[in-house]
Design a protein around this ligand. Structure first.
Ligand code: DC
Length: 216
């Protein structure tokens, strides 16, 4: 059987993770949430008591950082941390640690090694441009910022966060992820652009499946 990869990039709240998960299930291949890797590292730095801007500390902590995946959950040094990495604090911290070149190098290396051995869907910011430039299929998923903020609010399911705060944070994170020096978020030239603003997750899934099936 031939090994192939699907690269899905896009900003936060675009629907890329929901799509990647559903697509992986339909195609019966593995899914790697690369954002969760940056989140796990940011969580590690904070829980070890270091400043996420401290490049020297990040370098030291990278050598002690080990992650694994078990049934869709992310394990940090053996512990399931899924329940700790989807907070607003980690949203911003992951975006900051991901700007450092040596952090990216370690994550990209891990991602490439995983995708080498089996067919996989990877979602993130630099999959089609840097991690898997030769992926068989590349999609750039986006949605209007106000829609993304609404989705994020629903996802957070917390009474002490308000829409404006989330909306502003989304804009700030977009700006950080798209303007950073190392591997900024951008559409790969050969990626197919999909705007999910006015679609349900099912609409998007079937739209993508149609494209994939048309090409095989
Ligand atoms: O997809 P996410 O929101 O879980 O990602 C969290 C942060 O990690 C995001 O703000 C930028 C960074 N990231 C990255 O730089 N490269 C990736 N491939 C995935 C995520």
């Amino acid at each position: 059987m031939t090994i192939y990869s699907i690269a899905i990039d896009g900003p936060s709240g675009s629907g890329k993770s929901t799509l990647a998960k559903a697509l992986a299930e339909k195609l019966n291949i593995d899914y790697l949430d690369t954002g969760a890797m940056y989140r796990a590292f940011a969580y590690f730095v904070i829980t070890e008591g270091f400043d996420i801007h401290d490049e020297k500390a990040l370098m030291e902590l990278l050598s002690k950082f080990s992650i694994d995946f078990s049934q869709g959950h992310i394990l940090l040094n053996g512990e399931n941390i899924e329940g700790h990495i989807r907070t607003q604090e980690i949203d911003m911290a992951a975006s900051i640690v991901s700007t450092f070149r040596m952090v990216r190098e370690k994550m990209v290396d891990l991602q490439q090694r995983l995708a080498e051995s089996k067919s996989m869907i990877l979602d993130g910011r630099d999959i089609g441009t840097v991690v898997l430039p030769h992926a068989k299929y590349k999609f750039y998923i986006t949605a209007r910022p106000e829609i993304r903020a609404k989705r994020r609010l629903l996802q957070m399911n917390s009474s002490n966060t308000d829409y404006d705060e989330i909306y502003n944070q989304i804009l700030k994170r977009d700006n950080q992820d798209m303007t950073r020096k190392n591997s900024p978020l951008k559409k790969a030239e050969d990626a197919i652009l999909i705007d999910t603003s006015d679609e349900t997750p099912e609409d998007t899934l079937y739209r993508i499946l149609e494209i994939i099936q048309r090409e095989v």
